[in-house]
Design a protein around this ligand. Structure first.
Ligand SMILES: [Zn+2]
Length: 216
């Protein structure tokens, strides 16, 4: 689909007008979908507990961008003028939390190594559900087994191009170089969560995994 990129540049927040608002307010955690719950647990488990007031910022963004991760302050930007509904919001939060998770668990050179960015974009597109809804439709209508991978690759390339001033061939090359290992890295989900039911299973498994570790 020729949709505008979902992303804005990590680290681009400084200098723009900040409209600090709270995400959700009361009942924040109760209303969260299973993807977000799992990622928040995983962040906490990795020593990067997310604070909804400090780590989220709601702002008006340019173009059709719906979110971003500002690695310099570990803050997720939610574009209040472009997020259409709660389902869209959940997807954006999930996508950006995957970047935050990668930022927490590894030393990611977001700006100096395009392959690092490519890897995180592949993971975010693969695991956030960005491609899963379309995937269902395509599977039903066309039986294209490869559609999910194609969608992940395309979205990752588009996300890179939205935040880096590089040409398409460079972005494609970076994505292709990291694709196999990063597409198969399902942490912290342990599987590709194609829908909320899978995400709930993944969350349950993650909690159990946590339990076993803490008993050692
Ligand atoms: Zn992204």
């Amino acid at each position: 689909m020729a949709e505008a990129p979902d992303e804005r540049e990590p680290g681009s927040v400084a200098g723009e007008q900040l409209q600090q608002q709270h995400v959700g307010g009361q009942g924040f955690s109760e209303r969260l979908d299973p993807y977000v719950k799992l990622l928040l647990d995983a962040m906490k488990h990795s020593g990067c507990a997310v604070n909804k007031d400090r780590h989220f910022s709601c702002e008006d963004c340019n173009g059709n961008v719906s979110g971003g991760f500002d690695s310099s302050v570990s803050q997720i930007v939610l574009c209040q003028n472009n997020i259409r509904n709660q389902a869209h919001m959940n997807r954006v939060v999930t996508h950006e939390l995957i970047h935050a998770f990668d930022h927490c668990r590894a030393h990611v050179n977001w700006f100096t190594n395009v392959r690092h960015l490519a890897c995180s974009e592949v993971r975010a597109a693969n695991l956030s559900g960005d491609c899963s809804f379309l995937n269902e439709i395509f599977r039903l209508h066309f039986g294209l087994k490869q559609h999910h991978q194609t969608c992940v690759r395309d979205r990752a390339i588009r996300s890179i191009l939205a935040v880096r001033n590089i040409n398409k061939e460079v972005a494609q090359k970076a994505v292709d170089e990291v694709f196999e290992s990063c597409f198969n890295d399902h942490e912290p989900f342990g599987r590709i969560p194609h829908n909320k039911t899978y995400a709930r299973y993944a969350h349950r498994d993650f909690q159990n995994r946590d339990r076993y570790y803490s008993n050692i």
